[in-house]
Design a protein around this ligand. Structure first.
Ligand code: ATP
Length: 227
């Protein structure tokens, strides 16, 4: 079966020559939960941006559902990200002037597959699933840190992406809220068959993933899912 996402011999070099990611190849399938670990500056975020079509490799291929993305214009990449990928970052990036509900509704409306009540039902369903039903009219600043990050995850799932990419999503959370975020990721993988890639510094949380990818100096030094 075609992998959800495949990168082949991907290198990302800065114009002045520094190499952030060097000759990385991997395939990611539905139902995989992959933790990306490695020392600070080892290229974890750089790799995640390449996997998420937020950045382009200097060389190598990035295929989403078998489609080569190399020559797609930026607008097509943005459309693919909106429809097929969900992102969660260390900082929630919720829009401060919009309610929790509107933050989840905005990507649904931008994609335009669901309208009116159906769009609202989808957004409310996600907020309910993450314990935010009663908070749907609150602004981000009125939510706790854990609630904000769960709202950011609800937003990442708004358009039903097959793949969720998370960069240090628990970096600003206490251990209970961090564990709750990983509980959600496990559920998305086990019960819904999505794929999750999570960059984390936390070795205990990383062990909850089903696949471990370790980077040093932009190179994969361990990938338990290879083979
Ligand atoms: N656009 C850029 N311009 C210059 N340097 C960059 C750029 N992007 C990344 N870097 C540098 O490349 C290296 C790899 O960065 P990256 O953020 O991918 O590492 P990381 O493993 O995610 O690090 P951390 O764990 O500290 O977040 C770092 O030394 C970083 O400072």
């Amino acid at each position: 079966m075609t992998p959800l996402l495949e990168v082949r011999n991907v290198t990302r070099r800065l114009p002045e020559g520094a190499v952030l990611v060097r000759d990385v190849s991997l395939a990611l399938r539905a139902g995989e939960f992959m933790a990306v670990t490695g020392p600070s500056g080892s290229g974890k975020s750089s790799l995640l941006y390449l996997l998420g079509l937020l950045d382009r490799p200097s060389s190598g291929e990035v295929l989403l559902e078998g489609q080569d993305t190399a020559r797609l214009p930026a607008s097509d990449l943005a459309a693919l990200r909106l429809a097929k990928l969900g992102f969660v970052f260390q900082f929630h990036f919720l829009l401060p002037e919009f309610t929790a509900l509107d933050n989840v509704l905005i990507p649904i409306r931008r994609l335009g597959r669901l309208h009116g009540g159906a769009a609202r039902d989808r957004a409310m369903g996600l907020l309910e699933a993450f314990g935010l039903a009663d908070a749907h009219q609150k602004l981000p600043e009125q939510l706790s840190g854990g609630m904000r990050q769960r709202c950011a995850i609800a937003r990442a799932l708004a358009n039903d992406p097959a793949l969720i990419l998370a960069d240090e999503p628990t970096g600003n959370l206490d251990s209970a809220n961090a564990a709750a975020v990983f509980d959600i990721f496990e559920r998305l993988v086990r019960e819904e068959g999505r794929a999750v890639v999570v960059v984390t510094h936390d070795p205990v949380l990383a062990q909850r993933a089903t696949r471990q990818l370790r980077l040093v100096d932009g190179v994969i030094v361990e990938d338990t899912g290879r083979g």
